[in-house]
Design a protein around this ligand. Structure first.
Ligand SMILES: *Cc1c(COP(=O)(O)O)cnc(C)c1O
Length: 431
Protein backbone atom coordinates (compact mmCIF):
# COMPACT_ATOMS: atom_id res chain seq x y z
CA UNK A 1 0.00 0.00 0.00
CA UNK A 2 1.65 3.26 -1.16
CA UNK A 3 0.21 5.68 1.41
CA UNK A 4 -0.70 5.32 5.03
CA UNK A 5 -4.43 4.87 4.56
CA UNK A 6 -6.92 4.60 7.42
CA UNK A 7 -10.32 4.75 5.74
CA UNK A 8 -12.27 1.50 5.42
CA UNK A 9 -13.52 2.31 1.90
CA UNK A 10 -9.90 2.51 0.68
CA UNK A 11 -8.44 -0.29 2.82
CA UNK A 12 -10.86 -2.87 1.43
CA UNK A 13 -9.44 -2.16 -2.05
CA UNK A 14 -5.80 -1.46 -1.28
CA UNK A 15 -4.96 -2.90 2.18
CA UNK A 16 -1.88 -5.16 2.38
CA UNK A 17 1.09 -5.52 0.07
CA UNK A 18 -0.65 -6.96 -3.03
CA UNK A 19 -0.67 -4.41 -5.85
CA UNK A 20 -0.60 -6.52 -9.01
CA UNK A 21 0.66 -9.95 -9.98
CA UNK A 22 4.45 -9.69 -10.49
CA UNK A 23 4.41 -12.16 -13.42
CA UNK A 24 1.45 -10.86 -15.45
CA UNK A 25 0.47 -7.48 -14.03
CA UNK A 26 -3.01 -8.82 -13.21
CA UNK A 27 -4.78 -6.32 -10.97
CA UNK A 28 -7.36 -8.69 -9.46
CA UNK A 29 -5.73 -11.10 -7.01
CA UNK A 30 -5.26 -14.38 -8.95
CA UNK A 31 -6.65 -17.65 -7.62
CA UNK A 32 -3.47 -19.59 -6.84
CA UNK A 33 -4.91 -23.04 -7.38
CA UNK A 34 -1.85 -24.95 -6.20
CA UNK A 35 -1.15 -27.25 -3.28
CA UNK A 36 2.61 -26.66 -3.05
CA UNK A 37 5.37 -24.14 -3.76
CA UNK A 38 8.85 -24.87 -5.08
CA UNK A 39 11.66 -23.90 -2.70
CA UNK A 40 14.42 -21.66 -4.08
CA UNK A 41 17.06 -24.00 -2.64
CA UNK A 42 17.63 -26.27 0.35
CA UNK A 43 18.45 -23.46 2.77
CA UNK A 44 15.23 -21.61 1.79
CA UNK A 45 13.28 -24.79 2.54
CA UNK A 46 15.01 -25.07 5.92
CA UNK A 47 14.23 -21.43 6.84
CA UNK A 48 10.55 -21.84 5.94
CA UNK A 49 10.11 -25.00 8.01
CA UNK A 50 11.93 -23.40 10.96
CA UNK A 51 9.59 -20.35 10.70
CA UNK A 52 12.63 -18.07 10.60
CA UNK A 53 11.27 -16.87 7.26
CA UNK A 54 7.56 -16.73 6.39
CA UNK A 55 6.61 -18.22 3.04
CA UNK A 56 4.31 -20.71 1.39
CA UNK A 57 5.01 -24.42 1.75
CA UNK A 58 1.66 -26.19 1.36
CA UNK A 59 -1.86 -24.78 0.90
CA UNK A 60 -3.22 -26.49 4.02
CA UNK A 61 -1.19 -23.86 5.93
CA UNK A 62 -1.06 -20.83 3.60
CA UNK A 63 -1.73 -19.75 0.01
CA UNK A 64 -1.06 -16.45 -1.84
CA UNK A 65 -4.76 -15.72 -2.57
CA UNK A 66 -5.60 -16.39 1.07
CA UNK A 67 -2.63 -14.22 2.12
CA UNK A 68 -3.89 -11.21 0.13
CA UNK A 69 -7.31 -11.54 1.79
CA UNK A 70 -5.74 -11.92 5.25
CA UNK A 71 -3.56 -8.84 4.86
CA UNK A 72 -6.49 -6.76 3.68
CA UNK A 73 -8.83 -7.74 6.50
CA UNK A 74 -6.08 -7.36 9.12
CA UNK A 75 -5.48 -3.81 7.85
CA UNK A 76 -9.20 -3.07 7.88
CA UNK A 77 -9.69 -4.38 11.42
CA UNK A 78 -6.59 -2.68 12.84
CA UNK A 79 -4.97 -6.01 13.76
CA UNK A 80 -1.42 -7.36 13.48
CA UNK A 81 -2.20 -10.41 11.31
CA UNK A 82 -5.13 -12.55 10.18
CA UNK A 83 -5.77 -16.19 9.41
CA UNK A 84 -8.55 -17.25 7.04
CA UNK A 85 -10.21 -20.62 7.61
CA UNK A 86 -12.72 -22.96 6.01
CA UNK A 87 -15.66 -21.71 8.10
CA UNK A 88 -16.71 -19.48 10.98
CA UNK A 89 -17.11 -22.62 13.10
CA UNK A 90 -13.46 -23.52 12.47
CA UNK A 91 -12.49 -20.00 13.56
CA UNK A 92 -14.41 -20.31 16.87
CA UNK A 93 -13.05 -23.81 17.56
CA UNK A 94 -9.44 -22.83 16.84
CA UNK A 95 -9.75 -19.61 18.86
CA UNK A 96 -10.36 -21.75 21.96
CA UNK A 97 -8.23 -24.81 21.14
CA UNK A 98 -5.23 -22.55 20.59
CA UNK A 99 -4.97 -21.71 24.30
CA UNK A 100 -7.01 -24.37 26.13
CA UNK A 101 -6.41 -28.08 26.71
CA UNK A 102 -8.21 -30.79 28.70
CA UNK A 103 -8.80 -29.59 32.27
CA UNK A 104 -8.93 -25.91 31.26
CA UNK A 105 -11.97 -23.67 31.05
CA UNK A 106 -13.09 -20.49 29.32
CA UNK A 107 -15.87 -18.03 30.10
CA UNK A 108 -18.39 -17.29 27.38
CA UNK A 109 -21.44 -15.08 27.03
CA UNK A 110 -24.72 -17.02 26.88
CA UNK A 111 -25.71 -14.87 23.88
CA UNK A 112 -24.27 -17.00 21.09
CA UNK A 113 -24.90 -18.29 17.60
CA UNK A 114 -26.53 -21.75 17.89
CA UNK A 115 -23.60 -23.54 16.23
CA UNK A 116 -21.14 -21.93 18.61
CA UNK A 117 -23.31 -22.90 21.58
CA UNK A 118 -23.27 -26.55 20.48
CA UNK A 119 -19.50 -26.47 19.86
CA UNK A 120 -18.87 -25.08 23.34
CA UNK A 121 -21.49 -27.01 25.33
CA UNK A 122 -20.86 -30.37 23.68
CA UNK A 123 -17.86 -30.93 21.40
CA UNK A 124 -15.33 -28.93 23.46
CA UNK A 125 -16.75 -30.39 26.68
CA UNK A 126 -16.14 -33.88 25.27
CA UNK A 127 -12.51 -32.83 24.77
CA UNK A 128 -12.29 -31.86 28.47
CA UNK A 129 -12.50 -28.08 27.93
CA UNK A 130 -15.24 -26.50 30.03
CA UNK A 131 -17.28 -23.56 28.69
CA UNK A 132 -18.61 -21.45 31.57
CA UNK A 133 -21.70 -19.66 30.31
CA UNK A 134 -22.42 -16.30 31.93
CA UNK A 135 -25.03 -13.58 31.48
CA UNK A 136 -23.27 -10.61 29.80
CA UNK A 137 -25.70 -8.03 31.19
CA UNK A 138 -23.35 -7.85 34.19
CA UNK A 139 -19.70 -7.77 33.00
CA UNK A 140 -18.58 -8.77 36.52
CA UNK A 141 -19.98 -12.25 35.81
CA UNK A 142 -16.85 -12.83 33.74
CA UNK A 143 -14.59 -12.02 36.69
CA UNK A 144 -16.61 -14.25 39.04
CA UNK A 145 -16.31 -17.25 36.71
CA UNK A 146 -12.53 -16.88 36.27
CA UNK A 147 -9.94 -19.09 37.97
CA UNK A 148 -6.30 -20.07 37.38
CA UNK A 149 -7.29 -22.39 34.49
CA UNK A 150 -9.42 -19.84 32.63
CA UNK A 151 -7.82 -19.27 29.24
CA UNK A 152 -10.20 -17.03 27.36
CA UNK A 153 -13.29 -14.85 27.39
CA UNK A 154 -15.60 -15.26 24.39
CA UNK A 155 -18.53 -13.19 23.14
CA UNK A 156 -20.38 -11.89 20.09
CA UNK A 157 -20.59 -8.13 19.48
CA UNK A 158 -24.20 -8.17 18.23
CA UNK A 159 -25.72 -11.54 19.08
CA UNK A 160 -29.11 -12.52 17.75
CA UNK A 161 -31.87 -13.01 18.70
CA UNK A 162 -31.59 -10.55 21.61
CA UNK A 163 -29.42 -8.05 19.69
CA UNK A 164 -27.98 -6.75 22.97
CA UNK A 165 -24.56 -5.31 22.19
CA UNK A 166 -21.82 -6.92 24.28
CA UNK A 167 -19.93 -4.73 26.82
CA UNK A 168 -16.59 -5.15 25.01
CA UNK A 169 -14.48 -2.60 26.87
CA UNK A 170 -15.80 -3.58 30.31
CA UNK A 171 -15.06 -7.31 29.87
CA UNK A 172 -11.76 -6.73 28.00
CA UNK A 173 -10.59 -4.60 30.95
CA UNK A 174 -11.53 -7.27 33.48
CA UNK A 175 -9.66 -9.80 31.34
CA UNK A 176 -6.58 -7.62 31.05
CA UNK A 177 -6.48 -7.11 34.83
CA UNK A 178 -6.59 -10.92 35.35
CA UNK A 179 -4.50 -11.92 32.34
CA UNK A 180 -7.35 -13.37 30.25
CA UNK A 181 -7.79 -12.40 26.56
CA UNK A 182 -11.20 -11.50 25.13
CA UNK A 183 -12.05 -12.95 21.71
CA UNK A 184 -14.99 -11.30 19.96
CA UNK A 185 -17.11 -12.77 17.16
CA UNK A 186 -17.91 -9.62 15.15
CA UNK A 187 -19.82 -11.42 12.35
CA UNK A 188 -22.99 -9.32 12.64
CA UNK A 189 -21.26 -5.96 13.04
CA UNK A 190 -18.34 -5.56 10.61
CA UNK A 191 -17.12 -1.95 10.27
CA UNK A 192 -19.73 -0.58 12.68
CA UNK A 193 -17.95 -2.23 15.65
CA UNK A 194 -14.17 -2.28 16.12
CA UNK A 195 -13.51 -4.67 19.03
CA UNK A 196 -9.70 -4.41 18.92
CA UNK A 197 -9.94 -0.67 19.62
CA UNK A 198 -12.01 -1.51 22.72
CA UNK A 199 -9.42 -3.93 24.10
CA UNK A 200 -10.31 -7.28 22.50
CA UNK A 201 -7.26 -9.51 22.02
CA UNK A 202 -8.62 -11.02 18.80
CA UNK A 203 -11.64 -10.73 16.52
CA UNK A 204 -13.21 -13.43 14.42
CA UNK A 205 -15.76 -13.54 11.64
CA UNK A 206 -17.90 -15.99 9.84
CA UNK A 207 -16.98 -14.45 6.46
CA UNK A 208 -19.88 -16.49 5.10
CA UNK A 209 -22.09 -13.57 6.13
CA UNK A 210 -21.49 -9.85 5.41
CA UNK A 211 -17.87 -10.12 4.27
CA UNK A 212 -18.71 -12.56 1.47
CA UNK A 213 -21.98 -10.68 1.26
CA UNK A 214 -23.69 -12.61 -1.50
CA UNK A 215 -24.57 -15.93 0.08
CA UNK A 216 -22.15 -17.91 -2.07
CA UNK A 217 -19.23 -19.09 0.10
CA UNK A 218 -18.49 -20.55 3.54
CA UNK A 219 -15.45 -19.19 5.39
CA UNK A 220 -14.06 -17.69 8.56
CA UNK A 221 -11.20 -15.52 9.71
CA UNK A 222 -9.35 -14.76 12.95
CA UNK A 223 -7.62 -11.40 13.37
CA UNK A 224 -4.92 -11.15 16.02
CA UNK A 225 -5.05 -7.72 17.65
CA UNK A 226 -1.38 -8.07 18.54
CA UNK A 227 -1.78 -6.32 21.90
CA UNK A 228 -2.30 -9.13 24.41
CA UNK A 229 0.79 -9.59 26.67
CA UNK A 230 0.99 -13.41 26.64
CA UNK A 231 4.46 -13.50 28.20
CA UNK A 232 3.36 -11.40 31.20
CA UNK A 233 0.90 -14.21 31.96
CA UNK A 234 3.19 -17.06 30.95
CA UNK A 235 1.88 -19.43 33.64
CA UNK A 236 -1.63 -19.19 32.27
CA UNK A 237 -0.57 -19.86 28.67
CA UNK A 238 1.89 -22.76 28.58
CA UNK A 239 0.73 -23.69 25.05
CA UNK A 240 2.11 -20.37 23.81
CA UNK A 241 5.03 -19.78 26.19
CA UNK A 242 6.50 -23.28 26.80
CA UNK A 243 8.46 -25.39 24.28
CA UNK A 244 6.17 -27.20 21.83
CA UNK A 245 7.17 -30.86 21.61
CA UNK A 246 5.49 -31.20 18.22
CA UNK A 247 7.61 -28.36 16.78
CA UNK A 248 11.15 -29.34 17.85
CA UNK A 249 10.79 -27.43 21.13
CA UNK A 250 9.85 -24.10 19.55
CA UNK A 251 8.21 -21.49 21.85
CA UNK A 252 5.46 -19.63 19.98
CA UNK A 253 5.89 -16.29 21.76
CA UNK A 254 9.65 -16.46 20.96
CA UNK A 255 9.15 -17.55 17.36
CA UNK A 256 6.79 -14.62 16.78
CA UNK A 257 9.36 -12.05 17.89
CA UNK A 258 11.03 -11.81 14.47
CA UNK A 259 7.63 -11.66 12.71
CA UNK A 260 5.53 -9.21 14.78
CA UNK A 261 3.09 -9.47 17.70
CA UNK A 262 1.33 -12.43 16.09
CA UNK A 263 2.04 -15.38 18.44
CA UNK A 264 -1.66 -16.25 18.80
CA UNK A 265 -2.47 -16.48 15.11
CA UNK A 266 0.97 -17.90 14.22
CA UNK A 267 0.36 -20.91 16.46
CA UNK A 268 -3.10 -21.50 15.00
CA UNK A 269 -1.64 -21.55 11.49
CA UNK A 270 1.53 -23.52 12.12
CA UNK A 271 0.06 -26.01 14.58
CA UNK A 272 -3.75 -26.26 14.45
CA UNK A 273 -4.02 -25.89 10.67
CA UNK A 274 -1.09 -28.26 10.21
CA UNK A 275 -2.73 -30.84 12.50
CA UNK A 276 -6.49 -30.40 12.01
CA UNK A 277 -6.53 -28.67 8.64
CA UNK A 278 -9.71 -26.57 8.28
CA UNK A 279 -7.96 -24.71 5.44
CA UNK A 280 -9.78 -22.20 3.26
CA UNK A 281 -9.90 -23.03 -0.46
CA UNK A 282 -8.10 -20.50 -2.71
CA UNK A 283 -11.35 -19.90 -4.63
CA UNK A 284 -13.18 -19.10 -1.38
CA UNK A 285 -10.45 -16.64 -0.39
CA UNK A 286 -10.88 -15.01 -3.82
CA UNK A 287 -14.63 -14.71 -3.24
CA UNK A 288 -14.03 -12.98 0.11
CA UNK A 289 -11.61 -10.52 -1.54
CA UNK A 290 -14.44 -9.59 -3.93
CA UNK A 291 -16.91 -9.29 -1.06
CA UNK A 292 -14.60 -7.15 1.01
CA UNK A 293 -14.24 -4.59 -1.80
CA UNK A 294 -17.88 -3.52 -1.56
CA UNK A 295 -18.43 -4.20 2.14
CA UNK A 296 -18.56 -0.52 3.23
CA UNK A 297 -20.92 0.35 0.38
CA UNK A 298 -23.24 -2.59 1.01
CA UNK A 299 -23.33 -2.09 4.75
CA UNK A 300 -24.48 1.49 4.36
CA UNK A 301 -27.55 0.24 2.51
CA UNK A 302 -28.08 -2.76 4.83
CA UNK A 303 -27.95 -0.53 7.91
CA UNK A 304 -30.18 2.20 6.44
CA UNK A 305 -32.78 -0.34 5.27
CA UNK A 306 -32.85 -2.00 8.70
CA UNK A 307 -33.74 1.31 10.37
CA UNK A 308 -36.64 1.77 7.93
CA UNK A 309 -37.84 -1.81 8.57
CA UNK A 310 -37.59 -1.49 12.37
CA UNK A 311 -39.61 1.76 12.31
CA UNK A 312 -42.25 0.19 10.06
CA UNK A 313 -42.62 -2.89 12.27
CA UNK A 314 -42.74 -0.81 15.46
CA UNK A 315 -45.87 0.98 14.15
CA UNK A 316 -47.60 -2.17 12.84
CA UNK A 317 -50.67 -3.30 14.84
CA UNK A 318 -49.87 -7.03 14.47
CA UNK A 319 -46.37 -6.63 15.88
CA UNK A 320 -46.06 -6.95 19.63
CA UNK A 321 -42.38 -6.15 20.03
CA UNK A 322 -39.46 -5.13 17.81
CA UNK A 323 -35.93 -6.15 18.77
CA UNK A 324 -33.42 -3.73 17.23
CA UNK A 325 -30.48 -1.92 18.88
CA UNK A 326 -31.71 1.43 17.54
CA UNK A 327 -35.02 1.01 19.37
CA UNK A 328 -33.59 -0.14 22.70
CA UNK A 329 -33.60 1.99 25.83
CA UNK A 330 -31.53 2.12 29.04
CA UNK A 331 -28.26 0.23 29.43
CA UNK A 332 -28.78 -1.84 26.25
CA UNK A 333 -29.08 1.38 24.23
CA UNK A 334 -26.08 2.91 25.96
CA UNK A 335 -23.98 -0.11 24.93
CA UNK A 336 -25.33 -0.03 21.37
CA UNK A 337 -24.34 3.63 21.06
CA UNK A 338 -20.98 3.08 22.77
CA UNK A 339 -19.87 0.24 20.46
CA UNK A 340 -21.71 0.73 17.15
CA UNK A 341 -20.85 3.60 14.78
CA UNK A 342 -22.71 4.50 11.61
CA UNK A 343 -25.59 2.05 12.00
CA UNK A 344 -27.20 -0.61 14.18
CA UNK A 345 -26.60 -3.55 11.87
CA UNK A 346 -29.09 -5.22 9.55
CA UNK A 347 -30.68 -7.78 11.87
CA UNK A 348 -34.20 -7.00 13.05
CA UNK A 349 -36.21 -9.30 15.30
CA UNK A 350 -39.89 -9.08 16.09
CA UNK A 351 -42.70 -10.94 17.77
CA UNK A 352 -46.12 -11.24 16.27
CA UNK A 353 -49.05 -10.86 18.65
CA UNK A 354 -50.45 -14.07 17.11
CA UNK A 355 -47.50 -16.14 18.44
CA UNK A 356 -45.93 -19.16 16.75
CA UNK A 357 -48.83 -19.83 14.39
CA UNK A 358 -48.83 -16.23 13.10
CA UNK A 359 -45.06 -16.50 12.72
CA UNK A 360 -45.49 -19.55 10.53
CA UNK A 361 -48.14 -17.84 8.36
CA UNK A 362 -45.95 -14.75 8.03
CA UNK A 363 -42.94 -16.77 6.83
CA UNK A 364 -45.09 -18.74 4.37
CA UNK A 365 -46.51 -15.52 2.88
CA UNK A 366 -43.19 -13.80 2.15
CA UNK A 367 -42.46 -13.35 -1.56
CA UNK A 368 -39.30 -11.23 -1.75
CA UNK A 369 -37.61 -12.39 1.45
CA UNK A 370 -35.95 -15.80 1.30
CA UNK A 371 -36.67 -18.27 4.09
CA UNK A 372 -33.15 -19.47 4.87
CA UNK A 373 -30.78 -20.16 7.79
CA UNK A 374 -28.36 -17.38 6.94
CA UNK A 375 -27.61 -13.71 7.51
CA UNK A 376 -25.48 -11.23 5.60
CA UNK A 377 -26.73 -11.96 2.09
CA UNK A 378 -27.37 -8.97 -0.20
CA UNK A 379 -30.93 -10.34 -0.43
CA UNK A 380 -33.40 -9.98 2.44
CA UNK A 381 -33.77 -13.14 4.53
CA UNK A 382 -36.19 -14.30 7.21
CA UNK A 383 -36.29 -17.23 9.60
CA UNK A 384 -38.20 -18.64 12.57
CA UNK A 385 -35.33 -19.60 14.95
CA UNK A 386 -37.30 -21.84 17.36
CA UNK A 387 -37.93 -24.42 14.64
CA UNK A 388 -34.65 -23.99 12.73
CA UNK A 389 -31.33 -22.43 13.84
CA UNK A 390 -32.00 -22.99 17.53
CA UNK A 391 -33.99 -26.23 17.25
CA UNK A 392 -31.06 -28.41 18.43
CA UNK A 393 -31.11 -26.61 21.79
CA UNK A 394 -33.39 -27.72 24.61
CA UNK A 395 -36.45 -25.53 25.26
CA UNK A 396 -34.78 -24.05 28.35
CA UNK A 397 -31.56 -23.30 26.47
CA UNK A 398 -33.64 -21.69 23.70
CA UNK A 399 -35.20 -19.33 26.21
CA UNK A 400 -31.79 -18.59 27.76
CA UNK A 401 -30.52 -17.51 24.35
CA UNK A 402 -33.66 -15.35 23.88
CA UNK A 403 -35.58 -17.44 21.38
CA UNK A 404 -39.31 -17.35 22.15
CA UNK A 405 -41.80 -19.42 20.09
CA UNK A 406 -43.14 -16.43 18.12
CA UNK A 407 -39.84 -14.74 17.34
CA UNK A 408 -39.04 -13.97 13.69
CA UNK A 409 -35.57 -12.83 12.62
CA UNK A 410 -35.00 -10.66 9.56
CA UNK A 411 -31.61 -10.12 7.93
CA UNK A 412 -32.48 -7.03 5.92
CA UNK A 413 -30.89 -6.91 2.46
CA UNK A 414 -29.87 -4.13 0.10
CA UNK A 415 -32.97 -4.06 -2.13
CA UNK A 416 -34.93 -0.80 -2.43
CA UNK A 417 -36.52 -0.15 0.98
CA UNK A 418 -39.98 0.39 -0.57
CA UNK A 419 -39.94 -3.14 -2.01
CA UNK A 420 -38.79 -4.62 1.30
CA UNK A 421 -41.59 -2.85 3.18
CA UNK A 422 -44.17 -3.90 0.58
CA UNK A 423 -43.28 -7.57 1.07
CA UNK A 424 -43.38 -7.28 4.86
CA UNK A 425 -46.73 -5.46 4.70
CA UNK A 426 -48.43 -8.12 2.57
CA UNK A 427 -46.97 -10.97 4.68
CA UNK A 428 -48.15 -9.27 7.88
CA UNK A 429 -51.64 -9.01 6.36
CA UNK A 430 -51.57 -12.80 5.94
CA UNK A 431 -50.17 -13.46 9.44
C1 LIG B 1 -22.80 -18.14 10.87
C2 LIG B 1 -22.14 -17.76 12.13
C3 LIG B 1 -21.08 -18.52 12.66
C4 LIG B 1 -20.60 -19.80 12.01
O1 LIG B 1 -20.02 -19.54 10.78
P1 LIG B 1 -20.02 -20.58 9.54
O2 LIG B 1 -19.27 -19.81 8.50
O3 LIG B 1 -21.43 -20.87 9.18
O4 LIG B 1 -19.28 -21.80 10.01
C5 LIG B 1 -20.49 -18.09 13.82
N1 LIG B 1 -20.91 -16.98 14.46
C6 LIG B 1 -21.93 -16.24 13.99
C7 LIG B 1 -22.36 -15.01 14.73
C8 LIG B 1 -22.58 -16.60 12.82
O5 LIG B 1 -23.60 -15.86 12.35
Amino acid sequence: MPLSIKNAETLVLHGGTYRSDPETGAVAVPIYQTTSYQFRDTSHAKELFALSELGHIYTRVSNPTQDAFEQRIAALEGGAAALALASGQAASAYAVLNVAEAGDNFVTSTDLYGGTWALFASTLRHLGIEARFVDPSDPENFRRATDARTKLYYAETLPNPKLNVFPIREVADIGRSLGVPLVVDNTAAPLIARPIEHGAAAVLYSTTKYIGGHGTTIGGVIIDGGTFPWEEHADRFPLLTQPDESYHGLVWTEAAKALGPIAYVLRIRAKLLRDIGAAIAPFSAFQFIQGLETLPLRLRQHNANAIVVADFLAKHPKVERVIFPGLQTGEARRRADAYLRGGYGALVGFELSGGAEAGRRFIEALQLFYHVANIGDARSLAIHPATTTHSQLTGDDQLRTGVTPGYVRLAVGIEHPDDIIADLAQALDAA
